[in-house]
Design a protein around this ligand. Structure first.
Ligand SMILES: *Cc1c(COP(=O)(O)O)cnc(C)c1O
Length: 392
C-alpha cells in the first residue's frame, strides 16, 4: 500500500479544496470568456468577478470598489508598498517608510527597491517572541512618513502582531497602514474596520484556493499609483486580463475559510499543541520559536540542538512527511533566516529549526506518526553530529 503523505507545510501552500476546484472548472472550459468582452461569455465572466469581489468585500467589511485582484500575495504587497509610497512622493508628501524586521521578502525587498530611489526606511525590531512594540512604531513616525507596513501574522514563526493597535497609531497621524494578512486568512478576523488598516494583502493558495491569485484591499481615499500599466481592468489600478477562474477560486476559498474558521482554529491549535508538547516533552534539547500565546493556530516552529534542519527534512521526507526548514526562502544557503535573526535566535539554533504547519485535513493519526518517527530521526542525526559527540 502506498504510504500516506503527511503534509505539514500549509504555511508554504495549501491544496485546492475540492469545492473550490469545482467552482473554478467551468471558467476554464464551458464558461471561458474575457471579462472585457461584450458577448454573453464575457458578461458571465464579469459577473463571476463581481460575485468573487462581493465575497471578499463582505469578509473584509469593505466595499466592492476597495478590492483589487492581483496575481498573488507578492504582487499585492508590491502594489501596496510601491503604489502608496510613489503616489505620495509625487504629491511631495515625503519619502519615509516604516516596516518590521520580520516581514516577508515581498515587503522587505519592495522597500529595499524604494530605498534605491531615495526613500528612507525604518525597520522596527521585534521581541524574542516575534512581536512589534506599538511604542516603537510611535517613536519611529516622522512628519515625512508616508507608509507603515507591518504583517498580521508571520509565515515562519507564526507570531500575531497587534495590528489594530498599530493601525490606531497610524490613524492618529493619518499615515496609510498596510498589513500583509496572507497567513492570517482562515485563522483570524480579516475585518478591516476593526483592524484599522488601509491596505490588506491576501493570496488564495494559503487558504485552500489556487496559486497565482491574490487580492489587495485599498481603503477609499488612499493614494495609490498602479504598478502594472495597460488596460483599464480593476478600475485602472491593475492592468491585464483578469484570472477569472483563479478569482472565482479565491472567492469560493475565502467564503469556505470564513465559514469554517472557528472549527479550523480549534482543530489546528489542538494538533499544533500536540506537536509542540510531544516534541518538547520527549526530545531533549528542543525549543519552541516565536510567542506561544500570540501564535497562529497551525504553526509549530521548533529548534533541535546539534542537528541540521535541512537533514531532518530529508529524513522526514523519506517517511512521507513534508515540513519546512526555518525559512523556505533561504533554503540552500547557510544564512540563518532574517526572521529568526530578528528574534535573537542564535545561528546554531536557527540551523536546527524546522517548521511544521498543520491544516484542515491533518488527523490525530498523522500527528501520532510524526511523534513516533521524530525522536528516531533526531537520535540518528545527533549520532553523527560532531559537536554533539564531543560533548558527551
Ligand atoms: C506566501 C506569502 C506571501 C507571498 O504570497 P505569494 O502568493 O506566494 O506571492 C507573502 N506574505 C506572506 C506572509 C506569505 O506567507
Amino acid at each position: 500500500m502506498a504510504q500516506r503523505t503527511i503534509y505539514l507545510d500549509h504555511a508554504a501552500t495549501t491544496p485546492v479544496d475540492s469545492h473550490v476546484l469545482a467552482a473554478m472548472l467551468p471558467y476554464f472550459t464551458t464558461q471561458s470568456g474575457n471579462a472585457s468582452s461584450i458577448h454573453h461569455r464575457g458578461r458571465a465572466s464579469l459577473q463571476a468577478l463581481d460575485d468573487a469581489r462581493e465575497i471578499v468585500a463582505d469578509v473584509l467589511g469593505a466595499s466592492l470598489k476597495e478590492i483589487i485582484f492581483t496575481g498573488g500575495g507578492s504582487e499585492a504587497n508590491n502594489l501596496a508598498i510601491k503604489g502608496v509610497a510613489l503616489a505620495q512622493q509625487q504629491r511631495g508628501k515625503g519619502q519615509h517608510i516604516i516596516t518590521s524586521a520580520i516581514e516577508h521578502h515581498a515587503v522587505l525587498h519592495a522597500v529595499d527597491y524604494l530605498q534605491q530611489y531615495g526613500f528612507d526606511i525604518t525597520i522596527l525590531p521585534v521581541d524574542p517572541g516575534g512581536l512589534v512594540y506599538p511604542d516603537d512604531l510611535r517613536k519611529a513616525i516622522r512628519p515625512d512618513t508616508v507608509l507603515v507596513s507591518v504583517m498580521y501574522a508571520n509565515n515562519e514563526v507564526g507570531s500575531i502582531q497587534p495590528v489594530a493597535e498599530l493601525g490606531a497609531i497610524c490613524r492618529e497621524h493619518t499615515i496609510p497602514f498596510h498589513t500583509d494578512a496572507v497567513q492570517a486568512a482562515g485563522s483570524l478576523s480579516l475585518n478591516v474596520q476593526e483592524l484599522n488598516v488601509d491596505l490588506l494583502t491576501l493570496t488564495a493558495h494559503k487558504f485552500y484556493g489556487p496559486q497565482g491569485v491574490g487580492a489587495l484591499y485599498v481603503r477609499r481615499g488612499t493614494p495609490l499609483l498602479p504598478q502594472i500599466n495597460g488596460g483599464g481592468q480593476e478600475r485602472r489600478r491593475r492592468a491585464g486580463t483578469e484570472n477569472v477562474a483563479g478569482i472565482v477560486g479565491l472567492g469560493a476559498a475565502l467564503r469556505l475559510a470564513e465559514e469554517r474558521r472557528e472549527w479550523y482554529v480549534a482543530h489546528c491549535s489542538r494538533l499544533r499543541d500536540r506537536i509542540i508538547e510531544g516534541t518538547l516533552e520527549t526530545i531533549p534539547g528542543t525549543q519552541l520559536n516565536g510567542d506561544y500565546h500570540k501564535r497562529l493556530p497551525n504553526n509549530a516552529h521548533l529548534s533541535f540542538e546539534h542537528l541540521e534542519g535541512e537533514s531532518m527534512l530529508l529524513l522526514l521526507d523519506q517517511q512521507g512527511i513534508c515540513a519546512s526548514s526555518g525559512s523556505a526562502c533561504t533554503s540552500g544557503s547557510l544564512e540563518p533566516s532574517h526572521v529568526l535573526s530578528a528574534l535573537g535566535v542564535s545561528p546554531e539554533q536557527a540551523v536546527g529549526s524546522v517548521r511544521f504547519s498543520v491544516g484542515k485535513d491533518i488527523t490525530d493519526t498523522d500527528i501520532d506518526t510524526l511523534l513516533v518517527v521524530l525522536p528516531d530521526i533526531v537520535a540518528q542525526l545527533r549520532a553523527v553530529a560532531p559537536l554533539y559527540n564531543t560533548r558527551i
